[in-house]
Write a protein that binds this ligand. Structure first.
Ligand code: C5P
Length: 265
């Protein structure tokens, strides 16, 4: 029997960086939201643990040194499973990718293997965004992102969203390292918030600036911002029609860029 889980794409509606900690991580205030689309992880029971990867962004990924395998191993070091990851989301893109894959694996294998463990703690050890991806429900995050307060999903569910990435991978650690260290204040309402990693990400990928200007001016766009450490930027729309029109216009304006028309879940 095959069982599967979606690894929902994550966006940060706002992300305030407050300070660098002694352990090298940064203290954040963020609002996580999730798209209905993402990668897919499936499992078939089998003797040993194996992973195969397919999908548009499979190229270059390791089937052994992978967060999916690490997630499986941190759940149970001995049990086997035949795992398949369909990689629909770009890698090193600020939309959860590997974190969502790891979280989906934890949900999937804790069910398959009937394991009653503290999944939140296991998730936090795998990465800062993995606990948020575990529930994949809109949440306010603090600490390094692992301290979560779930939000009423009714506020966001169904909002049309367009994700656009210039097809330039951007490593999270490098963007945090380029943050200027200035605390620009607490996050209250995400709409009036900001992404403090946008400025350092733009230093590394200048394309982000023109992309955000473009997204903000699209008819029907209610908010345009960068997600996480970038380089993916997103816009929220007032209707599916304006989102789909925006996707076509964006593909014409930036023909080499990746885009995904989705909705918040
Ligand atoms: O937790 P994760 O392994 O996903 O983080 C990747 C890198 O991003 C960390 O090694 C760190 O350099 C940076 N990071 C950070 N502050 C956070 C989250 C991540 O500095 N809150």
């Amino acid at each position: 029997m095959i069982d599967r889980e979606r690894a929902y794409a994550k966006i940060n509606l706002a992300l305030h960086v407050r300070r660098r900690r002694n352990d090298g991580y940064h203290e954040l205030e963020t609002v996580f939201a999730f798209c209905t689309d993402g990668d897919d992880v499936s499992v078939e029971s089998a003797g040993g643990l194996s992973l195969t990867i397919d999908g548009p962004f499979a190229k270059g990924l390791s089937c052994t040194d992978n967060l999916v395998v690490r997630a499986a191993r941190s759940l149970d070091d001995n049990r086997g499973a035949t795992l398949r990851l369909t990689k629909n989301l770009p890698v090193a893109a600020g939309i959860g990718g590997g974190s969502a894959d790891a979280a989906a694996t934890l949900r999937l294998l804790s069910r398959t293997w009937v394991i009653d463990a503290d999944l939140h703690a296991i998730a936090a050890a795998l990465g800062s965004d993995v606990p948020a991806c575990l529930s994949s429900i809109a949440a306010r995050g603090e600490g390094r992102g692992e301290l979560l307060d779930l939000l009423d999903p009714g506020e966001l569910s169904g909002i049309p969203v367009l994700l656009v990435n210039p097809n330039i991978p951007l490593a999270t650690a490098g963007v945090f390292a380029a943050w200027d260290g200035v605390d620009r204040g607490a996050l209250s309402d995400w709409r009036s918030g900001r992404n403090d990693l946008e400025a350092p990400a733009r230093l590394l990928v200048p394309e982000i600036g023109a992309l955000l200007d473009w997204l903000a001016k699209l008819p029907g766009a209610t908010l345009a911002r960068m997600s996480g450490s970038g380089a993916t930027c997103f816009a929220l729309f007032d209707s599916m029609t304006s989102r789909d029109t925006a996707r076509h216009a964006t593909a014409e304006r930036f023909p080499t860029y990746w885009s995904l028309a989705s909705s918040l879940r």
